[in-house]
Design a protein. Structure first.
Length: 274
């Protein structure tokens, strides 16, 4: 049985109350009748999908986001859709992506879109920043992927690759990052990464050996576009007043797609898990 952290478990219990138990359409049962047969209510589909977002630790900023809303050239969106179309092949070959570019152009957004698409298809992703991974690896006194990241994750979303603190004269961070890539890829997991550096910057931080491994397994995608953070600044006051919309159209759309793909197989409650 899947194990959640105590923080995840408590958060999910509260979400379940708000999404399912207070839903008028099914009177809090989570089920409705369709053609005389029991079926999932939309609230159960939504909760089941959100539960996966929580388990994957995807940042909430991107839960209601949609790729079409990203202000980048259409070529980037077409690339992401091409990756979606061939995700099964990417999983078999452990072929990932690294997005390179300045802050705010949508690297993390595109990364999280891939994570959400994976969830819709029943594949477990896991989001983590490079510094957090380094900290976890150090606290566990090891440099492998096995403990810091969910073992059932098939896609690792590794953000802020260039922002790990590298102490002068120490090779611990570069070595740990290289070990991370080797262990992840060799175990058949996909790495989707993001960095503010260009290729030359990555090589100066992590060395030729690591960059060579990146080139073999990750498609390097330089990203340019408008600063996504400007839009959030412009709408900050509006966002402050908004309550959480668990039934946001973009959430419902993904939840319905996940249910269409997985049906009953995709349902798992959290009441007895912790």
């Amino acid at each position: 049985m899947r194990k959640y952290t105590p923080e995840m478990f408590n958060s999910l219990k509260q979400m379940r109350r708000e999404i399912v138990e207070h839903h008028s359409e099914c009177h809090g049962t989570g089920f409705v009748e369709t053609d005389g047969k029991p079926d999932f209510c939309v609230c159960t589909k939504v909760f089941s999908y959100i539960k996966e977002l929580v388990y994957a630790e995807l940042p909430r900023t991107y839960w209601t986001f949609k790729l079409a809303e990203l202000r980048v050239e259409d070529s980037y969106k077409k690339f992401i859709h091409l990756y979606f179309e061939n995700l099964d092949n990417a999983l078999i070959q452990a072929l990932g992506i690294i997005f390179l570019g300045p802050n705010g152009v949508g690297k993390t957004a595109m990364m999280c879109e891939i994570g959400k698409e994976a969830i819709v298809r029943g594949v477990v992703p896991y989001y983590i920043t490079t510094q957090r991974y380094i900290n976890l690896a150090m606290s566990m006194n090891q440099r492998t992927i096995e403990n810091p990241i969910n073992n059932d994750a098939k896609i690792v979303l590794l953000d802020e690759v260039d922002k790990a603190y590298i102490k002068e004269g120490s090779d611990y961070v570069p070595k740990t990052f290289e070990d991370f890539l080797r262990a992840t890829i060799s175990s058949g997991k996909i790495v989707i990464a993001a960095s503010n550096e260009d290729e030359a910057g990555l090589e100066s931080l992590f060395g030729q050996s690591t960059l060579s491994m990146v080139r073999r397994h990750l498609k390097i995608v330089p990203v340019a576009g408008e600063d996504f953070s400007d839009n959030r600044q412009d709408n900050w006051s509006k966002m402050l007043k908004e309550k959480t919309d668990w039934f946001h159209p973009n959430i419902v759309e993904m939840a319905e797609r996940r249910h269409d793909n997985l049906g009953w197989q995709g349902w798992e409650d959290i009441k007895d898990e912790g």
